[in-house]
Design a protein around this ligand. Structure first.
Ligand SMILES: [Zn+2]
Length: 250
C-alpha cells in the first residue's frame, strides 16, 4: 500500500516537472501567432461583423430622363420622345457648334477640360453636346441612317443633355476611331471617370451597347457612379444595372 502510494506520488511529481520544463522552454509566440490570437479574441465579443458598404444601385432612377443615371440605348428610348431637359446651360468651353448641356454635365466638362489643359498644356473642344429630337433626326439622316454609328431620333444619349463628343482643339481625328490614339483621347480614357464621365461605347462591346467603338463619346453619370464603375471594372451601364444587351432596335 505504502509502496503503491510512493510510486503514484513519484509519477505525479515527474509529470509535473516535465510540464513545468516544457512550459518554460516553449518558444515565445511569433508576432503572427500573437496577431492571430488577438484577432480571434477581439472578434468574439462582436457577434455581427461590420458589413462592407455596398453601392446602392437603386438610389436613382434609370428610367427618368432627368436622372443622372438614366440608361438610354436601342431598347430604352428617351421617354417621352419629346423630352427636353429643364436645366440646359452653355458650358464655358470651346465648341464646334454649341456647348449646351445639362447644368451638372456642363460644370463637369468645364472642370475636366481645365484639368486636361493644366496637366498637358494642350486643349480640347466639344464636337457635339445636347441634341434635340429634331436635330438628332437630321444627324441620323445625314449618316444615311447608319444604325451602327448614329442613334435614331428618340434613342440618342445626346437628347438627355448628358452626353458629349470631344475632339482635340485641332479637330484631328474628330469623331474618328483614331481619336483613341491622340493625347486627349488617351487622357480622357484614363481620367474622365474622375469627373463623372463614362466612355459609353468601348471597343469590343458592340453586342452590348449596339454601337461601334466611339472613343470620343462620353456620358455624364456623376462622380459616384463613375467611380464605382471604375473600381469594379464594369464598362457598360447595361452590365452594371443588369439590363439586357441592346445590339439592335426591337
Ligand atoms: Zn456622341
Amino acid at each position: 500500500m505504502t509502496t503503491a502510494l510512493l510510486v503514484a506520488g513519484s509519477v505525479i511529481v515527474v509529470v509535473a516537472v516535465i510540464a513545468v520544463v516544457f512550459a518554460v522552454l516553449r518558444p515565445a509566440a511569433s508576432p503572427d501567432e500573437k496577431a492571430t490570437a488577438t484577432r480571434t479574441v477581439s472578434a468574439t465579443p462582436s457577434p455581427t461583423p461590420t458589413p462592407t458598404p455596398t453601392f446602392d444601385k437603386t438610389r436613382f432612377s434609370i428610367d427618368d430622363p432627368m436622372s443622372l443615371w438614366v440608361v438610354v440605348d436601342k431598347l430604352r428610348p428617351v421617354n417621352p420622345p419629346s423630352f427636353v431637359p429643364s436645366d440646359l446651360v452653355d458650358a464655358n468651353v470651346p465648341a464646334v457648334f454649341t456647348s449646351t448641356l445639362r447644368e451638372p454635365a456642363a460644370r463637369a466638362v468645364e472642370a475636366m477640360f481645365a484639368a486636361y489643359t493644366a496637366e498637358t498644356g494642350d486643349s480640347m473642344r466639344l464636337q457635339s453636346a445636347y441634341r434635340s429630337y429634331e436635330v438628332q433626326s437630321q444627324v441620323y439622316g445625314e449618316s444615311n441612317q447608319d444604325d451602327a454609328t448614329t442613334a435614331r431620333p428618340g434613342f440618342s444619349e445626346h437628347q438627355t443633355g448628358l452626353a458629349v463628343d470631344i475632339s482635340p482643339a485641332s479637330g484631328e481625328c474628330a469623331q474618328n476611331e483614331c481619336f483613341a490614339n491622340t493625347l486627349p483621347g488617351q487622357w480622357l480614357a484614363a481620367n474622365a471617370w474622375q469627373y463623372g464621365f463614362l466612355l459609353r461605347y468601348p471597343s469590343g462591346l458592340t453586342p452590348i451597347t449596339g454601337y461601334t467603338f466611339e472613343p470620343w463619346h462620353f456620358r455624364f453619370i456623376g462622380t459616384e457612379l463613375a467611380a464605382e464603375l471604375h473600381k469594379t471594372g464594369v464598362q457598360t451601364l447595361e452590365e452594371f444595372f443588369g439590363l439586357p444587351p441592346a445590339p439592335d432596335y426591337q
